[in-house]
Design a protein around this ligand. Structure first.
Ligand SMILES: *[C@@H]1O[C@H](CO)[C@@H](O)[C@H](O)[C@H]1NC(C)=O
Ligand SMILES: *[C@@H]1O[C@H](CO)[C@@H](O)[C@H](O)[C@H]1NC(C)=O
Ligand SMILES: *[C@@H]1O[C@H](CO)[C@@H](O)[C@H](O)[C@H]1NC(C)=O
Ligand SMILES: *[C@@H]1O[C@H](CO)[C@@H](O)[C@H](O)[C@H]1NC(C)=O
Ligand SMILES: *[C@@H]1O[C@H](CO)[C@@H](O)[C@H](O)[C@H]1NC(C)=O
Ligand SMILES: *[C@@H]1O[C@H](CO)[C@@H](O)[C@H](O)[C@H]1NC(C)=O
Ligand SMILES: *[C@@H]1O[C@H](CO)[C@@H](O)[C@H](O)[C@H]1NC(C)=O
Ligand SMILES: *[C@@H]1O[C@H](CO)[C@@H](O)[C@H](O)[C@H]1NC(C)=O
Ligand SMILES: *[C@@H]1O[C@H](CO)[C@@H](O)[C@H](O)[C@H]1NC(C)=O
Ligand SMILES: *[C@@H]1O[C@H](CO)[C@@H](O)[C@H](O)[C@H]1NC(C)=O
Ligand SMILES: *[C@@H]1O[C@H](CO)[C@@H](O)[C@H](O)[C@H]1NC(C)=O
Ligand SMILES: *[C@@H]1O[C@H](CO)[C@@H](O)[C@H](O)[C@H]1NC(C)=O
Length: 760
């Protein structure tokens, strides 16, 4: 549909909001227009400046047209006398707020939310004496907030959250303000006392700033209409000096005091209708008080008490709870059942014991259930498979027994199933094949007895499959279905009893491991809701760790500690996206396939404890991402490739291979300038080359190797007296070079890690 109607000369009002127009905005609107409402209309292109100059325009709403760009007039707008409502939410202005906004002296409502505007708020905004709603949320505005904003005589709602405002808050002189949201900026200093005078205030959100000092409950005692208060994540300690006299106002519905050093809840006693309480990351101890349950049993919908030291919270009285977060407390005893309205229930990292009550299956609205890291026992409930809304089921690290539920139905929403580290028995239930949304399946560290579940390969979204440390056995046969495991990025079958050859037929599929996805550099993962982060335990770089957010950035194959035999198939070299490859502790034979030299992203390569023979392929010198390299306990021989990463590996990468030579091993290699056996004597006799070498050595030692010098010197004295000068000297030089490289590399890695962590 094109905008043709616009030059009907008598038309004054055009409201097509929500109508999919899908066009640019035409240039010649009739000058009679008073109202132009084109929100949600899929408009694109650039807003013609002439729109801002329609002389009778009162209402202009072009909100939520995400492909629309615009420029504010720099001079006086011809609509300035008439314009009362300006809503440009989501329109891309990519620029400063112009002084010319100050001419809009009739303006009541200004909504410039997510408009990609930056720089300071112009002082001219103090001219907007009729403005009631000023919303500049979600931009890149910075500098201090002009104090004149807080004196605007008609302003009721001020929303400046999610910007980069800094500095201290000046006195707030307004008599009209009802709602102030300055969350997520960089404001600092103490809360201005003048807030206490805003007796009509209903909303105050200062969360995620850098306010400091202690704030006492009494600060808010005159704000009798306050319904929403947020001070989370500042440097504030929220105190209750005079326990008897003050509580927060009765009217309170939303309270967010995360990370405010709150120790007890008495200040909420007279609050009767609380709906949303966030006291996470505080210093609450002991039992969650009973008066709280009776006060809020009908009203409370969201409860976040995570990261405290609570030992008991009775959820049974509450009848309206939907979101419950009790992670990381010291909760003891059996699991308290929330009401059937619950959708998100997180209670991991506590000391809960006993069995999971079967009534948990009455929670038919559950979307996420996280009971991980407790001491829960008993049989895992079969009925859990029936909850069709369930997306995340995490019970890892408990002591659950019995067989897995085999009740998963077609249409299941399950996205992540983590039962790692329990005592589950039996087979992997075939009904999991109904869970087409499944992305993460971790059944590791249990007692499952089965063959490889090739049928899981039909799950189109499966990214992570960990079956490690079970009793899986047999050979992994060639799949009969095409396009199996197309999105798998992590396959961990380690510590089972798989036999025969490595699964060549499987490696031919695994599409996600065969292509390097550039976009994987940025984490992209649907639907975590910011509440729950999948994690999986991975053994890499020598120790077990949990990878959480980076899960989707790491491509891993771990087939270690099985009974695989035969040769390493050259097709493994086609899995070019792999970061961690571990096929150690098997019975692999033959030469190392030089194709593994194509794994250009590999950071950890472990082929240790097999029966591999022959040389290390020269191609390995090209593996410049390699940080961990283990070939120990094989029957390898010949020279170790040199250069690049190979300077950084230690002896233990190679030990248990009698035939390997070259750096870092003490046995030198034939084509080195100085080699291991018979030439030492002859070269020692050759005085010239000897002194030349010494010269170089000193130079090197003095220039490059800094702190290693002392050790170097003492060893060389020792060596001169033993006569094996040159050969040993060479080792010292290389050793020190290596130490330096190692140090530099480590620093580099730390930097990288830091960068990575910042990223997430
Ligand atoms: C105004 O719109 C009409 C059609 O709607 C078009 O024919 C005319 O050229 C336009 N005038 C200008 C000045 O753009
Ligand atoms: C604004 O109004 C003035 C006076 O009516 C007129 O001369 C001018 O062209 C108008 N500007 C725009 C951009 O329409
Ligand atoms: C916003 O506009 C600027 C300048 O026209 C452009 O560089 C930027 O990509 C746009 N942003 C979006 C999200 O379209
Ligand atoms: C703001 O108002 C003052 C006086 O009312 C006026 O002189 C000034 O031009 C206005 N500024 C803007 C940008 O409108
Ligand atoms: C505000 O942002 C602008 C544009 O991004 C930048 O040039 C300016 O230095 C910033 N000012 C402050 C005080 O941060
Ligand atoms: C509070 O609201 C009342 C009634 O609307 C009004 O008279 C009074 O001035 C307001 N007080 C303040 C400090 O905003
Ligand atoms: C927070 O404020 C303190 C002073 O109270 C200041 O030292 C610190 O740098 C600020 N931090 C940030 C991140 O702005
Ligand atoms: C607090 O209340 C007690 C009696 O309940 C009273 O003696 C005391 O003066 C009050 N303190 C303040 C600061 O109001
Ligand atoms: C919750 O249970 C009540 C009765 O106990 C029932 O009436 C209601 O339908 C249930 N709600 C859901 C979402 O299951
Ligand atoms: C769970 O639901 C069943 C059937 O709807 C009901 O008989 C049972 O009492 C419920 N259990 C609890 C603890 O609510
Ligand atoms: C609860 O609070 C913690 C810490 O402040 C936060 O990380 C978590 O996302 C919150 N949970 C929910 C469900 O909002
Ligand atoms: C050692 O000397 C023998 C005979 O001179 C020679 O054949 C052999 O290649 C030498 N070994 C090395 C490692 O240079």
């Amino acid at each position: 549909m094109a905008l043709q109607v616009v030059n009907l000369t008598l038309l004054r009002v055009l409201d097509l909001s929500g109508v999919s127009i899908s066009s640019t905005i035409p240039l010649n609107f009739s000058s009679h227009f008073t109202t132009l409402v084109l929100g949600h209309s899929e408009l694109y292109g650039v807003i013609p400046e002439s729109i801002f100059h329609l002389p009778k325009l009162k209402i202009l709403d072009l909100s939520i047209n995400y492909h629309l760009n615009g420029y504010f007039p720099k001079t006086k707008w011809n609509s300035s006398a008439s314009l009362t409502d300006l809503n440009l939410q989501g329109v891309n202005f990519s620029g400063y707020l112009p002084e010319s906004l100050g001419y809009l002296t009739s303006l009541n409502n200004l909504f410039l939310i997510f408009c990609n505007i930056w720089g300071p708020i112009p002082e001219s905004l103090s001219n907007l004496t009729l403005i009631e709603y000023l919303f500049l949320t979600g931009n890149f505005l910075n500098g201090t907030i002009p104090s004149s904003i807080f004196s605007l005589p008609s302003l009721t709602d001020l929303e400046l959250s999610n910007n980069h405002f800094s500095g201290q808050l000046e006195d707030i002189k307004s008599n009209s303000l009802l709602s102030i949201d300055l969350g997520n900026n960089q404001l600092q200093g103490h809360l201005p006392e003048s807030i206490q005078n805003l007796v009509n205030l209903t909303t105050l959100d200062l969360s995620f700033n850098n306010f400091s000092g202690s704030v006492d409950v009494s600060f808010f005692s005159d704000l009798k209409h306050l319904s929403s208060l947020g001070l989370s994540y500042n440097s504030i300690s929220f105190t209750n000096e005079n326990r008897v006299n003050f509580t927060l106002p009765e009217s309170l519905l939303y309270l967010r005091l995360a990370a405010c050093e709150v120790k007890e809840l008495g200040f909420l006693r007279s609050v009767k209708k609380l709906e949303d309480l966030d006291l996470s990351n505080n210093k609450l101890q002991g039992r969650f008080p009973d008066w709280a349950s009776s006060n809020w049993m009908f009203s409370l919908k969201t409860l976040n008490l995570s990261h405290n030291m609570l030992t008991s919270v009775d959820l049974t009285p509450f009848q309206s709870l939907q979101t419950i977060d009790l992670r990381s407390n010291s909760l003891q005893g059996s699991l308290s059942m929330p009401p059937n309205s619950t959708t998100y229930f997180f209670i991991s990292e506590n000391n809960l014991s006993g069995e999971i009550p079967s009534s948990i299956c009455n929670l038919t609205s559950l979307v996420m259930l996280d009971l991980a890291r407790n001491n829960l026992k008993g049989a895992i409930l079969q009925c859990l498979g029936n909850i069709s809304s369930l997306q995340v089921l995490d019970m890892h690290h408990n002591s659950l027994t019995g067989t897995l539920p085999n009740t998963f139905r077609f249409g299941s929403s399950l996205r992540s199933l983590n039962l790692h580290g329990n005592k589950l028995e039996g087979k992997i239930p075939q009904s999991l094949a109904n869970c087409k949304e499944l992305q993460v399946l971790d059944l590791g560290d249990n007692h499952l007895i089965d063959i490889f579940p090739m049928w899981l390969g039909t799950l189109p979204k499966l990214q992570v499959l960990s079956l490690r440390s079970n009793e899986l056995h047999g050979s992994i046969r060639t799949p009969t279905i095409e396009n199996i495991f197309p999105n798998l990025r992590m396959l961990d079958l380690s510590s089972n009893a798989f036999t025969e050859n490595l699964p060549t037929g499987l490696f031919q599929h695994l599409k996600a491991m065969r292509t390097i996805d550039q976009t994987m550099n940025a984490p992209h993962y649907e639907g975590t809701d910011g509440y729950y982060q999948d994690s999986v335990a991975v053994v890499s770089k020598g120790f077990e760790r949990e990878i959480g957010r980076i899960l989707y950035l790491y491509t891993v194959i771990n087939l270690s500690s099985n009974k695989f035999g035969g040769q390493i198939p050259s097709i493994m070299g086609e899995l070019i996206a792999v970061h961690i490859l571990n096929i150690s502790h098997n019975g692999l034979e033959g030469h190392i396939s030089s194709s593994l030299g194509s794994l250009s992203l590999v950071e950890s390569l472990d082929l240790s404890s097999n029966h591999l023979v022959g040389k290390i392929p020269e191609q390995f010198a090209l593996l410049t991402s390699l940080e961990v390299f283990n070939l120990s306990y094989n029957h390898l021989e010949g020279c170790i490739p040199q250069g690049n990463q190979f300077q950084t590996f230690e002896n233990n990468s190679y030990e248990g291979n009698d035939g390997l030579r070259g750096f870092p091993l003490s046995k030198g290699c034939g084509n080195d300038s100085v080699s291991e056996t018979n030439d030492t004597v002859s070269e020692l006799n050759d005085e010239e080359s000897n002194s030349e070498f010494l010269n170089d050595f000193w130079k090197g030692a003095l220039m490059g190797y800094g702190s290693g010098l002392c050790i170097g010197l003492s060893i060389i004295y020792f060596m001169i007296s033993t006569g094996k000068l040159i050969w040993l000297a060479r080792i010292i030089v290389e050793r020190e070079h290596k130490i330096m490289m190692g140090r530099r590399k480590k620093q580099g890695r730390q930097r990288n890690n830091r960068r990575r962590n910042n990223h997430f």
